[in-house]
Design a protein. Sequence first.
Length: 619
Amino acid sequence: MNAAPDNRATYDYIVVGSGAGGAPAAARLAEQGFKVLVFEQGEDRESRFVDVPLLAGYASLDPAAATGYYVQHYADPKRARRDFKYDEENGGILYPRGTGRIGGSTQVNVMVWVRADDADWDDYARVTSNNFWNARNMRRILQLIERTEYRPVLKVLDRIGRLLGIRALCNRRGHGFRGYVETTRAPITLVFKDMQILKIVARTIVYSLRFGDQLKRLLSFWDPNDDRTQRTEGLALTPVTITRQGRRSSVRRRLLDVREKYPERLTIRSGATVRDIVLNEKNEAAGVRYKLRDGTEHVEPVGREVFLAAGAFETPAILMRSGIGPAKEFEREEIRRAGLKLRVDRPGVGEYLHDRYEISVINEMKRDFSLLDGVKFDADPTDRHYAEWLQNGRGIYATNGVVIAFQMKSDPALPDPDLYIFCLPCAIRGYEKDYFRKAIAKKNLCTWLVLYENKGDKTGTVSLNGKDPTAQPEINFRYHAEDQGAPDAARAMLAGMKAAREVVKSYKDLVRNEVLPGDHIQSDEALRDFIEFQSWGHHANGSARMGCAGDDQAVVDGDLKVIGAHGIRVSDASVFPHTPGSFIVSAVVQVGEAAAIKAIAEARGQDALAVLDMLAKQA
C-alpha cells in the first residue's frame, strides 16, 4: 500500500528520467490531471545529428545527446582484454546512453521498432502472478503508443471502424494508428538505386523462403509487428521510428506536447542529477534528493509516488543510494564510509543485469555501393543527399541504413525465433571510440548483424562506485563463460553467423573477401571463440526485475512497486525478468504506460483494466 498523499508537496508524482520509460508515464499522469515533475540529468542541448536518421551513430557519440558508460563484459581482466573494443584508458567497453536531451536514449538509438514477443509478456504475467501483463493487454497498451504509417490499408480500416463504430475494423493485426510514436519503413525505391543492394535483397528473400510459414509472412507484408508473424520465421521489412517527413520520432515529442498543453501540470527540470529517494521512518518515499549543475543540492517533496525511470544502470544505483538493495552491498567498507545505510534488504537490486548479444559478419565488396555515392555522412548542406533530406525529408538520410532482415530460430525445436539478422552497407563491429566514423570510412563494406535474444542471461551486476557512490555505477555483464547455468548463447549465435555466411555465398561474385571474423576463421571452435570475446550489446535490462512479492530476488511486484518500500515504482528496462524480444524500446515504452495506468487506477480506486479501457476510448 502507498503512503498517504503528502498535501505539502507541489507535485503528486516525481518521475526520474525522461526516456522510453519515464516520458510516457509522466505525460499520461499529467494528461489525467495529476501534477508531475520530471527530472532529466541532461540539459536538453541541441544536437545536429539527433533528428537525422542516417546519423544516429554520430548522435550516440555526441556529448550534446549522449554519455558514454564504460562497462565490463567479464570479471576476469584477461578475458575482458581479448575484446578488440576494450579501451585501456577508460578500463572497459563503451556503452552509449542518451543523457544529453529530453527523451534519453530514444534520442540516440537506431530507431528500430520491433515489438516484444507475445510469449515474453505472457511469461511476465506468470512470474508476477499478475494477469495485467499478458500479451493481450500489452498489445492494447501498444496501440495507445503506435501511429503506424506503413500499413495504409489497415489504417483506412481503422478510420472507417472508428467512424462507424465497428470495433472489428480497429487496430487490425495488433497495430495502433492514433498514438504518439510514428512508425514507417524505408521506401523500397531506394533498393533499385543500387544494383548490388538489389541483388543482396533478392538473394536474402530467396534464402529466407526456407524458413517458417511463408504465407503468414506474405499476408503481413513481411511485417514483424503483425499478429500473424508471431512465432514465425522468415523475411522481415523492419519498422522504424522515423516520421513520414524523414525525422526521428520518439517519446520526447509526446512529453513536450503534454507540457505545452498542460504547463500547470507538467514540469521538466533538466540538468538535475538525482542522488537518492528520501525515505521516512516507515520507508515511505518522502522526496527526491538531487544536485544541479552549480553543485547545489536540493530535496523535492513528493505527494504520492516517485517513478524511477533512469535506466538499467542508474535505477538500481539510485535505489541503493536510498538504502534499498542487497545487504552485502552495504557491508562494503567504502559504502559504509560514504554514510549509506541499509533500509530495505532487496537482494535483487543491481543483480540479474542482462542484455541481448550482437555479433557481426563484415564483407568487403569488389566495388563501392552506388547508393552511397556522394554521401558525406554529415549534416553538411553541400552534400546533395543531405540537401534532399533538408528539403523534403527523403533519400538515404531519411533511413537508419537497414537494407533487409530475416528472423530465424537457432534451433528448429524452439517455439519462437531467437535470432534477428539484418544487413547494413557499412562496417559495424560494436561500440568503441569513433566507432561510427570507422564504420563509414569505406563505401564498399557490408555488415550482417546477428542479434540473439539471450533470454537465459542472469549474472550481470550493477554496483555502487567504490570511489564515489554518487558517480556512475560499476557495471559488469559477465558474458558467456561467466554466465553459468544460462543456455549456450555462443551455439545460438554460431547458427546465426552461419546463416549470414550462407546468404553471402549466394552473391559471392560481388564480394572480395570477409573482413570479420575473416576468411581464416572457419571452424566451429574458432567461430565460437570469436563470439565469446567479440560480442556486444546495448539493450541492458533486468537489474530491478519484477516478480511475486514472495520472491526474495524480485525488486518490484506486478504493479511495479518496489517491494518493502512505499511510494516508489520502477518504469524502465530494469524490470524485465528476461530480455523482451530482439529490440526492447517498444516494450520499455509499454512499461512506462503500464506504470502510469497502475498509478492512476490506485489513485482513483479503480481497476487497472478499467483505466486501460477508458484510455482506449479516449484515443
